[in-house]
Design a protein around this ligand. Structure first.
Ligand SMILES: *Cc1c(COP(=O)(O)O)cnc(C)c1O
Length: 371
């Protein structure tokens, strides 16, 4: 079916091309394309300042960063994680030979439910990998308490949480490590990219070695590292994009607020509340299509598509339902009733800085127009 609308759930933030040319000229002049060049160093510094964190190690993408974070902390055995996320969260465990243990989520935040974690701990549990889903912070205090009691590491998949702050500052400072994503679909992008937020210089150094094959110097290799280095091209683009980010966040906030206001009166459409963050990043706009709504989630999804509006079912199916996970004892829906329910009801609406007001109205119109 042909439609004139082409409204996507997200669209990459692309500053004017001419602003990027000077960065490219600099790369050509320097003739340094990668291996921790000047733009790489500048971006690490700029991001530490922007985000309010001490140390950052840039990566080629967040998935390799997650795999490396687990290596850096020498995590083995079993790791407790959420089934309600992008599949890379659990894949990073399998790539390390770790068994994922799925624990259900909280119905209000859709983040890992800390009250369910303890029951899932076994003698083989070494870590917890929660996700700040849609950029809403996890119950970080409750999670840390459990980690302290059972001597577990905490690695946050913070792919959605760029720039998010609570009353203590950046949420990226919680846990032992946090991983952020700079993929094209995220609020801040470097085409592909990601980073590990590290608490101290020593940890950053170990991670920097691991992302460069374990190489320390010409004749010293200390670990079976990977190639996870961000290139100068990507780092330069990140530096440029940082200058446009505040405006982009502002536009996202306006759209978020407008959706909330307009959808408040629609029976059966539930907007997710915030999780107490002081500064949000408005990275996603999930709604839950409840039984009172006259259509199912999938019918609404199809109706959107007919109009050229590409809302997304994040996160459906659950990670636990994919073939490489569904045989695990914790993957049964009986163990994950809240996550299974959310996966059946969720729809992420278009939200990005280039989204026009008329497009927002169109989206709201489709939801409201049901007889
Ligand atoms: C995007 C995303 C990732 C993967 O990030 P990449 O940079 O694309 O590798 C991991 N976890 C979550 C929750 C994500 O949304």
């Amino acid at each position: 079916m042909n439609t004139k609308n082409n409204i996507f759930v997200t669209q990459p933030l692309l500053p004017p091309l001419e602003e990027f040319i000077p960065y490219l000229e600099k790369i050509w002049e320097n003739k340094i394309l990668t291996n921790g060049g000047p733009f790489h160093q500048q971006l690490e510094k700029a991001l530490c300042e922007y985000l309010g964190v001490e140390y950052i190690a840039l990566f080629t993408n967040a998935t390799i960063a997650l795999v490396t974070a687990l290596q850096a902390l020498r995590i083995t055995g079993e790791v407790i994680t959420t089934p309600y996320s992008f599949v890379a969260t659990a894949h990073s465990l399998l790539w390390n030979g770790i068994k994922p243990v799925f624990v259900d989520i909280d119905p209000d935040t859709l983040n890992l439910d800390p009250t369910k974690i303890e029951a899932a701990i076994t003698p083989n549990t070494t870590a917890i990998m929660p996700v700040h889903c849609y950029g809403h912070p996890c119950d970080v205090e409750a999670i840390q308490k459990i980690a302290d009691v059972y001597n577990l590491k905490v690695i946050y998949d913070a792919a959605h949480a760029f720039g998010v702050k609570d009353e203590h500052g950046s949420v990226l400072n919680y846990g032992d490590l946090s991983v952020i994503s700079f993929h094209a679909t995220k609020v801040f992008n470097t085409f592909e990219g990601g980073a590990i937020v590290c608490p101290d210089a020593k940890t950053k150094q170990r991670i920097d070695h691991l992302k460069n094959f374990g190489i320390v110097d010409e004749v010293t290799v200390v670990a079976p590292g990977i190639n996870g280095k961000m290139s100068e091209f990507n780092a330069a683009f990140g530096l440029l994009q940082l200058q446009h980010l505040d405006n982009a966040m502002q536009r996202r906030k306006v759209i978020d607020n407008y959706y909330r206001e307009q959808l408040a009166a629609v029976s059966g459409i539930q907007c997710l509340g915030d999780a107490g963050e002081v500064i949000a990043n408005y990275s996603y706009f999930p709604i839950l299509v409840q039984p009172e709504y006259p259509m199912t989630r999938d019918a609404l999804y199809a109706k959107f598509r007919e109009q050229g509006i590409y809302a997304r079912r994040y996160f459906y199916p659950l990670i636990a339902d994919f073939p490489m996970y569904r045989g695990l004892p914790t993957s049964q829906h009986g163990n994950l009733p809240v996550a299974a329910d959310a996966a059946a009801k969720v729809l992420c609406l278009p939200i990005h800085p280039a989204l026009k007001q008329q497009d927002v109205e169109l989206v709201i119109g489709v939801i409201s127009a049901i007889p």
